[in-house]
Design a protein around this ligand. Structure first.
Ligand SMILES: *Cc1c(COP(=O)(O)O)cnc(C)c1O
Length: 348
């Protein structure tokens, strides 16, 4: 194998979207495809999910929405979490994007520059990240609602911890602000969908679960990542491997050097903890992960394969994330631009 290869299973994405749509009950599931669909390719991913029936898509910034529009055609609704930022009006209008306005300033900007153009509203129910606060909303909700927002949303801070009291507290806050309004409502991302019907409202916004990550434990894995061996050497007892001499051979060892490193999103903090796999046989990383390379102890393998797997059924994104002290989201979005990308599945 010539290049490190990232394989993305589009059928698994479809299956995960369908499962989360079912779990959303009577609410309609959209799909969050911000950050290039968590690093997996927004155009391919969004088309796949649209073919499965999704009609609402969410991105972080209007530039991402502009990329998505030609891929999805004119009918899909594309919502922008950062709302209507300065300089966005032309792009929002040209690509038919729906900004999720998050401050009084944005509301004014939008109504002044694009008065007849659809918009949604973001409310802060306690996360203190984006959205109008309850007091502001109470002061202006009447006039904003008379402009017919197409969606009213908020976001949960602790939905991946079902027992956390923050969930009920944010739910109560969201209901206080929105009960009795006619606009469709949305509160839940992947974690909120799993909290049950009270959290579903009209539209859900799954992201990470589509891509095989926690907290959606039943997710089908979506990515696998295979790294080519570019050199194999015998290391004598007492010799060291890699920067800083952090690993010393205690007995004679065979060490393979793989062609990927932290510049490819294989975070240096996984040094000494993560493993790679030859089929089902684990091989420990040895020495520090460097920018483009990493070392692996393959002494116990009968034959050294052409490539070893770092994301595979034995080690998914969340397991790898644990080794690096992070979360599956960060592993996915950090996957670099140097991989050969292979899409598989019916939609590929
Ligand atoms: C990223 C994001 C989502 C999706 O969250 P997941 O945990 O990946 O499902 C939904 N809503 C908002 C506002 C987001 O920022």
């Amino acid at each position: 194998m010539a290049r490190a290869t990232l394989t993305i299973d589009l059928d698994a994405i479809t299956a995960n979207w369908r499962a989360l749509a079912r779990q959303s009950g009577t609410a309609e599931a959209g799909a969050v495809v911000k950050a290039d669909a968590y690093g997996l390719g927004a155009t391919r991913v969004a088309r796949t999910i649209a073919a499965a029936g999704a009609r609402r898509f969410f991105v972080a910034i209007s530039e991402e929405g502009a990329v998505l529009r030609p891929a999805l055609g004119p009918e899909a609704e594309i919502f922008v979490f950062s709302g209507h930022m300065e300089g966005d009006a032309t792009r929002i209008a040209e690509h038919g994007l729906i900004p999720l306005l998050n401050s009084l300033e944005q509301v004014q900007r939008h109504l002044a520059s694009l008065p007849a153009h659809p918009f949604g509203i973001q409310l802060d129910s306690g996360m203190n990240r984006l959205g109008l606060e309850e007091a502001d909303w109470n002061a202006v909700s009447g006039s904003i609602l008379s402009e017919n927002p197409v969606l009213i949303m908020s976001h949960l801070a602790c939905a991946d911890e079902p027992e956390h009291p923050m969930n009920a507290s944010q739910l109560a806050s969201f209901r206080r602000m929105t009960d009795g309004t006619r606009a469709p409502r949305s509160l839940s991302a992947t974690g909120g969908i799993l909290l049950g019907n009270d959290y579903h409202f009209d539209v859900t916004r799954p992201g990470i679960g589509l891509y095989g990550g926690l907290p959606f434990e039943a997710a089908r894995p979506v990515v696998s990542l295979s790294l080519p061996v570019i050199q194999v050497r015998e290391v004598q007892p007492g010799e060291t491997v890699g920067y800083g001499n952090t690993w010393t051979a205690r007995k004679q060892a065979r060490v393979a050097t793989l062609a990927a490193g932290y510049a490819d999103g294989l975070i240096r903090a996984m040094t000494g903890r993560a493993q790679v796999f030859a089929d089902r046989t684990p091989c420990p990383l040895v020495g520090r992960v460097s920018m483009d390379l990493m070392g692996v102890d393959v002494s116990h393998l009968k034959a050294v394969p052409e490539a070893l797997d770092i994301l595979c059924p034995k080690q998914g994104i969340d397991a790898l994330a644990d080794y690096a002290g992070t979360i599956g989201y960060e592993i996915l979005t950090a996957l670099g631009g140097r991989y050969a990308r292979r899409y598989e599945g019916a939609a590929a």
